[in-house]
Design a protein around this ligand. Structure first.
Ligand code: NAP
Length: 277
């Protein structure tokens, strides 16, 4: 499995697994757990979840999937902005730990910016780190202006990632946010990397993938993985699609393939505000 280096030196799998909407339906629960466990087998050891997903149901399902295998997984979870006060973030994290059935979250993110000042959230993250309840902290959905503000808080500079909407069809961050993060060696975690399956149905991408002997989802993921410092977290609750997605990690897109993808999905020609799903 390819890996990405976090600030501080630890490496994580560049291809992980998302969990939004996992655990929503009882009928698919056992397949979803089996999928996450197979993902660990295949080296997709980074699992992304959040207290928001199913109001805790996704974290509970992740907890079941990693039972007995905690040390194999790198768990990412997120705090709601309305819980992100100095004390609120600690309480929210403790609830997440309980649902996940673990004593630590590897990377804990502010889900998006709310009304709580960054300094408070950062103080809460520091307290959690000191207590060993989180190993790293980071942010999500912060555009460049918010990132610059976060960076003015010295302890916030330990930020381990910015998890953002980034895929072939959403290349806006390439204009300014990605270079800003790269200058500071902060990895990007690309969410909705196949645009919630809409990229799979993109006629141009489908035709490209067919001629290149890959699937559209694999092409979309391989394009992200070709970039330094980018982690992709596709979600699937299905083992066949998991294997398909995992196959993207073995693909090395060459310059001609990257150029064709640039033609199909042109890079930005100016600043575009960060989008959110
Ligand atoms: P995504 O991963 O781009 O797409 C997931 C959808 O695509 C699901 O409907 C899945 O269905 C389907 N799918 C997966 N692999 C496929 C394949 N090979 N072929 C066809 N369909 C496939 O979208 P996402 O779930 O929005 O994003 C991924 C993760 O990022 C989330 O689960 C969550 O962990 C995180 N996220 C974070 C934020 C944030 O604000 N920080 C926002 C959105 C998402 P099946 O399950 O049926 O395969």
């Amino acid at each position: 499995m390819r890996s990405v280096r976090l600030p501080g030196g630890e490496t994580v799998a560049a291809l992980g697994m998302g969990t939004w909407h996992i655990g929503d339906r009882g009928a698919t629960r056992s397949e979803e757990i089996a999928t996450l466990r197979e993902g660990l087998d295949l080296g997709l050891t980074l699992i992304d979840t959040a207290e928001m997903y199913g109001e805790g149901a996704a974290e509970e399902l992740v907890g079941e999937a990693i039972a007995g295998r905690r040390d194999e997984a790198f768990i990412v979870s997120k705090v709601y902005p309305h819980n992100a006060s100095r004390r609120g973030v600690v309480a929210a994290c403790e609830r997440s730990l309980e649902r996940l059935g673990t004593d630590r979250i590897d990377l804990y993110l502010l889900h998006w910016r709310g009304s709580v000042p960054f300094a408070e959230t950062i103080a809460g993250f520091e307290a959690l780190q000191a207590a060993g309840k989180i190993r790293h902290f980071g942010v999500s959905n912060l555009d460049i202006g918010d990132m610059r503000e976060w960076w003015t808080h010295a302890p916030g500079r330990a930020v381990a990632t910015n998890q953002i909407l980034y895929n072939l069809g959403r290349r806006g961050p390439e204009w300014d946010l990605l270079p800003w993060l790269a200058e500071r060696s902060i990895p990007v975690m690309a969410y909705s990397p196949i645009e919630q399956a809409r990229l799979v149905r993109h006629a141009g991408l489908a035709a490209f993938a067919r001629t290149q002997g890959m699937t559209p989802a694999q092409a979309a993921l391989a394009w992200l993985l070709a970039q330094d410092g980018v982690i992709a977290i596709p979600k699937t609750g299905n083992r066949a699609r998991l294997k398909e997605n995992a196959g993207a990690a073995a693909l090395d897109l060459d310059a001609a393939q990257m150029a064709e993808l640039d033609r199909l999905f042109p890079p930005p020609e100016g600043a575009i505000p960060l989008e959110m799903l």
